[in-house]
Design a binder for this molecule. Structure first.
Ligand code: ADP
Ligand code: MG
Length: 635
């Protein structure tokens, strides 16, 4: 097989050099992960070959036993990871190795903030992949040939990681990939069998593909054979297939690090084997910190699907509901076909059953954590609470379970930490209180200091403070808990039920009658901008506030929708005024039509500002306010 070696030298994409530098700097203290990453790529390549060969068994050529080999040459100072997997052709090499096309690195790059300390913290959440070789090597050579008898030549790629790489065609009879690391002067520790075996056992023990190293020979008695003999180093037993009682916490944690590429130990795991007519094993983990793209609802899921120990696909999103997309782990089915595709998974009863069971298990683990280790649960909530809040709207069947796991900020506490459960709230409700009150606002401060809370403060009624964007979505899906309605304090007529006293009620009705003229005049000024002007029983300190009717969209939700570029139907709010307030008194005594108009409009605009809204015409507001201020001083 002779080839024309067309050698090209190419520049890395600028981003590659950037990522490379960051990878090297920030991962140096964990440098041995380079081996995990390269073995993981070799294993992926072998799995790909196995998968493609299901439809084309010629790919195996005459070498059916898939394996990965790790060898080193002390004299040359090189360490080589080779596989007989799928390999790459020239186009694939330049697409995947010279550019940020590879999945892990690309995601990482997209999420870089430019703040180095933040970025290096984040890097652990990605498969940093191939480039991690440069943590320990000052030159990397990759020689590869794609599987299949029609592939005529191999490809040699080489780079010192300094901005450029070369690529040329070479002769390579065997399929697969060799990655040769020319180790830095300081990294010669990796030229030792025991060191490498140690790393392989730690990070790659669970790889089902054999990872082999040359047999070691000691002393005089044994004679080293001419051709090296290899032995398997990793046990390759799928951890999830072993009995729970035989697995140590450390083994569970190491496996987590392997499937998630995370450095940190997980918060908890659930491990189950299900027998019967849908047999499978599931090993699921709850990470201890959220990945950068958690809030992206299209974020990839973390559960891998295996069928009878054979890896089928990453990110099998059908195995977990979206609001549990942070869960990582493995599901291994005995009953699905090996050539199962994403399309098949869409409508598969077995998969649906597995998803339901997974959901139940994860919620069960969380319930237990919340009960037995509140501090740990708080860590969980701070990281993943926002995602869990999508749950009630998405998973009707688990609504009550999810609701019990929710945590909120509350007027009962000082800080903004979300640590009050609905059960906590209910346990503090006075007997006469019938509803669970909450407010949604754009920020924690806007919620806590909203005028809508004034009467609740006065009467000592607790209100939950909801200021995550997803909270609007949450309350649309969760309207009651334990038989108690969740009621927005900014919606509808305020009805405190038995907590209103009769006398107050009677005097309120009388007031409405007495001030009818004022309300009508204000409505004339505000026109279609408001639905109604009425007397408020919510306010003690503020002159006015805006509310909407029970079935109307809350002002906060309208703002959230607008901010993401969606149309929000325009619902005119109701303005409520506080008769006790001096500004309202002044309004009532105002004879000058123009000033009455300005003052009314300013009250309305203020009420919008107070709940975190924006004015359509801020300049007009300023003009009116200034004119009123001048008038005041003249009076
Ligand atoms: P990731 O594994 O997350 O895709 P990597 O940087 O580890 O990112 O690898 C980049 C890409 O290079 C892989 O997706 C694969 O296409 C290719 N690749 C790397 N190593 C090998 C290998 N040993 N055999 C075949 N392809 C490989
Ligand atoms: Mg990889």
């Amino acid at each position: 097989m002779s080839v024309e070696a067309q050698k090209e030298t190419l520049e890395f994409q600028a981003e590659v050099s950037q990522v490379l530098n960051l990878v090297i700097r920030s991962l140096y203290s964990n440098k041995e992960i380079f081996l995990r990453e390269l073995i993981s790529n070799a294993s992926d390549a072998a799995e790909k070959l196995r998968f493609e060969s299901l439809t084309d068994d010629a790919l195996f050529e005459d070498d059916p036993d898939l394996r990965i080999r790790v060898t080193f040459d002390e004299e040359a100072g090189t360490l080589t990871i080779s596989d007989n997997g799928i390999g790459m052709n020239r186009h694939e090499v330049s697409e995947t190795i010279g550019t940020i096309a590879s999945s892990g690195t690309k995601k990482f790059f997209e999420s870089m903030t430019g703040d180095q300390s933040k970025d290096s913290e984040m890097i652990g959440q990605f498969g940093v992949g191939f480039y991690s070789a440069f943590i320990v090597a000052d030159k990397v050579t990759l020689i590869t040939r794609r599987a299949g008898l029609g592939e005529e030549h191999g490809v040699r790629w080489e780079s010192d990681g300094q901005g450029a790489y070369s690529i040329e065609n070479v002769d390579k009879p065997s399929r697969g990939t060799d990655v040769i690391l020319h180790l830095n002067e300081d990294e010669k520790e990796f030229l030792a069998g025991y060191r490498l075996r140690g790393i392989i056992s730690k990070f790659s023990d669970h790889i089902s593909m054999p990872v082999e190293m040359e047999k070691e020979f000691h002393g005089e008695e044994e004679e080293k054979p001419e051709t090296p003999e290899f032995e398997r180093v990793n046990t390759g037993t799928a951890l999830w297939m072993r009995a729970k009682s035989e697995i140590t916490d450390e083994e569970y944690n190491d496996f987590y690090k392997h499937v998630s590429h995370d450095f940190e130990a997980p918060l908890a795991h659930a491990h189950n084997r299900v027998e019967g007519n849908n047999e499978y094993s599931a090993l699921l983990y709850i990470p201890s910190r959220a990945p950068f793209d958690m809030w992206d609802r299209d974020q990839k899921h973390g559960v891998k699907l295996f069928v009878r120990r054979v890896f089928i696909m990453d990110e099998a999103e059908k195995l977990m509901p979206r609001y549990l997309r942070f869960v990582k782990g493995v599901v291994d089915s005995d009953d699905l076909p090996l050539n199962v595709s994403r399309e098949i998974l869409q409508h598969n009863r077995k998969i649906d059953t597995i998803r339901q069971a997974n959901t139940k298990r994860v919620l069960g683990v969380l319930e237990k954590m919340a009960k037995n280790d509140a501090e740990k649960y708080q860590t969980f909530w701070d990281q993943f609470g926002k995602v869990m809040k999508e749950g009630p709207a998405e998973d009707f069947g688990s609504k009550d379970k999810i609701a019990a796991l929710l945590r909120f900020a509350s007027t009962h506490n000082e800080g903004d930490e979300q640590n009050v459960s609905l059960d906590d709230y209910i346990s503090r409700m006075p007997e006469e209180q019938e509803k669970i009150y909450y407010i949604t606002a754009e920020s924690a401060a806007a919620a806590r200091f909203s005028p809508h809370l004034e009467v609740f403060k006065k009467k000592g009624i607790e209100v939950l403070l909801l200021s995550d964007r997803v909270d609007e979505w949450l309350v649309s899906g969760l309207t009651e808990y334990e038989g108690k309605t969740l009621q927005s304090v900014a919606k509808g007529e305020l009805d405190l039920g038995d907590m209103d006293d009769e006398e107050e009620k009677a005097s309120q009705e009388k007031q409405a009658e007495e001030h009818k003229g004022l309300l009508e005049k204000m409505k004339d000024v505000l026109g279609d901008g408001v639905k109604e002007v009425r007397i408020s029983h919510r306010l003690t300190d503020s002159p006015a506030c805006l509310v909407v009717e029970d079935h109307d969209m809350s002002a906060n939700l309208a703002r959230v929708l607008k901010s993401v570029g969606q149309d929000a139907p325009a619902t005119a709010p109701i303005i409520e005024i506080n008769l006790e307030h001096p500004l309202v008194e002044r309004l009532e005594n105002e004879d000058d039509e123009a000033r009455f108009g300005d003052l009314t409009q300013v009250l309305f605009d203020q009420a919008q500002l107070a709940e975190g809204g924006q004015l359509d015409d801020p300049a007009a507001f300023v003009r009116r306010l200034n004119s009123l201020m001048l008038n005041l001083s003249g009076k």
